[in-house]
Design a binder for this molecule. Structure first.
Ligand code: ZN
Ligand code: ZN
Length: 407
């Protein structure tokens, strides 16, 4: 198995933030839809992130050096790994990045695979899960969402298999039962154990014949084959709306599977992880993009077309306002990300006034100078007339060393 830290290019001490950031830039670079894409590498990155972004699984990996399956750690109820329905070229599972709905990645929906869970609960020799009662643990997962989907809004549908208590047998697994004879239907038996001279301890233990149920199955439920749970395909719909933010959590109360351990299922909590083109940064309501210009453009001004703006439009930016230094910042209102709408979005029919307004777009200027600017004394004289100042001259005293460009 490849080293998960190496797959993300981070150290074993990497923080959650470093892991997330490495994951984002690598998945973007290697996404199969991109010219630089590499499906095998992409999958490796996804798997590494799946494990390392989950504290429990990361700790287990650090300890054992092996990957535990997502949904089956300790008979954990909920989802197993993510996977895609058959036929998809990327259907190798474990690819949360690609929850792009009907977007440009051509993956209309995704599928949670709960096979692990059933193996954990019913697999041979797994034993009877310990009853814990109460609400089951929540299950967390990251969903990759492209920045343009945050910008315009986007619906994501997630298909997954969800187990519920069998309604045919009310979760008992049996169509007909009879009271367990050895325990008289109590499910408990009293054990006597000598603990010293003339001393006997009495303890109550679960009846081993009926596993504490107090009854024996006469006829297994046909609805669930005695498994007590029935699996069916469910769909979660996530409405990514303008104004939502990178890292936003979307909870689905009780969407985890029912289990034999807990009374009620836990929540599925999805975290929207924004995937931004390398050149862009999303800060608050604003977008930042690094723009490289030549030395000549830094002096004379420039016109540039920005690729990959999340609006999908070609944004042409220009500057004619005088010389710019390396590191300068230019700003334009209204080209950033949508602001959080103050009022809930209007129901259909009454379209809201002007739609959400937007933050600003910042250009971070990087001047890429040529190694040497060709120059003559006439050029110097012309610039001197614009800029003022004094042309360089030989020092009247001491030795002057004239430099020449490298050949
Ligand atoms: Zn019994
Ligand atoms: Zn049943």
């Amino acid at each position: 198995m490849p080293d998960l830290y190496a797959a993300l290019g981070v150290s074993r001490q990497a923080t959650t933030e470093e892991i997330r950031s490495a994951y984002k830039s690598l998945s973007l670079q290697h996404h199969p839809d991109r010219p630089t894409g590499n499906e095998a590498k992409f999958k490796e990155i996804q798997e590494a992130h799946e494990v390392l972004s989950d504290e429990g699984r990361r700790a287990a990996y650090d300890r054992t050096g092996s990957i535990q399956e997502g949904g089956s750690v300790g008979g954990f109820p909920g989802f197993g790994g993510f996977g895609f329905p058959g036929g998809n070229p990327m259907a190798a599972g474990g690819i949360p990045f690609s929850f792009m709905g009907g977007g440009g990645f051509g993956i209309p929906e995704v599928h949670f695979d709960m096979g692990d869970m059933f193996n954990g609960l019913f697999g041979g020799g797994a034993g009877k899960p310990r009853r814990r009662g109460g609400k089951g643990p929540n299950k967390f997962h990251d969903i990759g969402v492209r920045i343009q989907d945050f910008y315009k809004g986007h619906d994501i549908k997630l298909k997954f298999n969800q187990a519920r208590k069998c309604t045919g047998c009310s979760g008992s697994g049996a169509e007909a039962t009879e009271p367990c004879a050895p325990c008289g239907g109590a499910g408990r038996r009293t054990m006597m154990r000598p603990i010293g001279p003339n001393m006997i301890a009495q303890t109550q233990v679960d009846c081993e014949i009926c596993s504490g149920e107090g009854k024996r199955v006469m006829r297994v439920c046909r609805g669930c084959q005695g498994k007590k749970l029935v699996e069916s395909e469910k769909q979660l719909e996530i409405k990514v709306g303008p104004g939502m933010r990178d890292g936003q959590k979307v909870p689905f109360v009780g969407a985890c599977s029912d289990s034999l351990e807990y009374d009620t299922p836990g929540d599925v909590v999805l975290t929207l992880q924004c995937v931004v083109p390398e050149s862009y940064e999303w800060k608050g309501d604003d977008l930042w993009v690094t723009t490289k210009i030549t030395y000549a453009e830094s002096v004379l001004g420039f016109t540039k077309t920005l690729a990959d703006h999340p609006s999908g439009r070609e944004i042409v930016v220009s500057w004619q306002g005088g010389p710019l230094l390396h590191g300068a910042t230019l700003r334009r209102e209204g080209l950033g990300m949508p602001l959080m709408p103050l009022m809930p979005l209007m129901p259909s029919g009454g379209q809201g006034s002007a739609g959400p307004s937007h933050g600003a777009l910042y250009l971070r200027i990087q001047v890429v100078p040529p190694p040497v600017v060709p120059w003559s004394s006439e050029d110097a004289a012309k610039l001197q007339s614009v800029l003022g100042g004094v042309a360089a001259s030989l020092s009247p005293t001491g030795e002057t060393l004239a430099f020449v460009p490298p050949s």
